[in-house]
Design a binder for this molecule. Structure first.
Ligand code: IPE
Ligand code: IPE
Ligand code: MG
Length: 253
């Protein structure tokens, strides 16, 4: 929700970038390789983008790694993705920690094998106090799930008498979403050419600037991200105000 002062002087960098990393399968298919190769190449792209965001002092980078709908894929692909997450975590947690990056997961993790759940929790606690980039990995995440789980928490509080049922507000719902302590995304990027949100952060994207590119995720590099940030900076965000209000003075939202 917008709660900042708009400064007209200098276009600000996005504080929070949220990315749907799409196109791994097609990247592999184009090379006549099995889809697995595309997912492996996708992990390499993640590494470069995380490094660049840290360099650029982006506060939060959210990556959609596995949606609540991705369970519908062939069993073989799902299990390959699970192994890839595990292997990547085992390899990268210390690296992230060394670079002062805080790792966070959002999504329903109860569906994962317990060694993976354990590794995720370890990664979060090991990097908890890091204060450079926050890397949010959305895994078994869906925007519908997020709103449902927030509603459940609110209802539980009402039922136990901790909360008055007349006190439901946007701020209250926001406080119970999985992204509670994070700013909403400023810039949304989807690679792979599709122009849809596919159940990513539905609530949080209310005022996010959208950027779609045909580049397949494994080919998305620092230059491509710089291009997306440039496009973001060229836009006028109005949050309901008129363009003149934004141009003429600082508006407090
Ligand atoms: C995104 O790439 C990665 C995941 C959903 C895990 P895809 O696997 O969806 O790639 P395409 O869309 O089939 O090319
Ligand atoms: C969205 O990509 C989910 C992730 C990138 C993790 P999909 O490839 O699953 O999206 P749809 O099904 O084409 O909308
Ligand atoms: Mg896809």
């Amino acid at each position: 929700m917008p709660n900042d002062t708009i400064n007209c002087a200098e276009p600000a960098n996005p504080r929070h970038i949220a990315i749907i990393m799409d196109g791994n399968g097609r990247w592999a298919q184009k090379r006549l390789l099995p889809r697995a190769f595309g997912h492996q190449a996708g992990v390499k792209a993640v590494k470069k983008i995380v490094e660049y965001c840290a360099e650029q002092k982006v506060e939060v980078l959210s990556l959609f790694a596995f949606s609540s709908e991705n369970w519908r894929r062939p069993e073989e692909e799902v299990s390959l993705l699970m192994s890839l997450f595990m292997a990547t975590l085992q390899r990268e947690i210390n690296n992230l920690d060394r670079n002062n990056i805080r790792l966070r997961f959002i999504g329903d993790r109860s569906a994962f094998p317990s060694p993976l759940q354990k590794k995720m929790a370890e990664g979060e606690s090991q990097t908890e106090t890091n204060d450079a980039l926050t890397l949010v990995v959305a895994i078994n995440y869906g925007g519908h799930w997020d709103i449902c789980q927030a509603s459940q928490k609110v209802l539980d509080k009402i039922m136990s008498g901790q909360l008055d049922s007349t006190k439901i507000s946007e701020q209250l719902i926001n406080q119970h979403l999985s992204t509670t302590d994070l700013p909403d995304p400023d810039l949304f990027i989807r690679t792979g050419g599709e122009q849809r949100v596919s159940n990513f952060m539905l609530w949080q994207l209310a005022y996010t600037e959208m950027y779609f590119t045909p580049t397949l995720w494994p080919d998305f590099n620092q230059k491509a991200l710089a291009e997306a940030i440039k496009s973001f900076k060229s836009r006028q965000r109005r949050f309901g105000h008129t363009g003149e209000q934004i141009l003429n003075k600082s508006v407090t939202l």
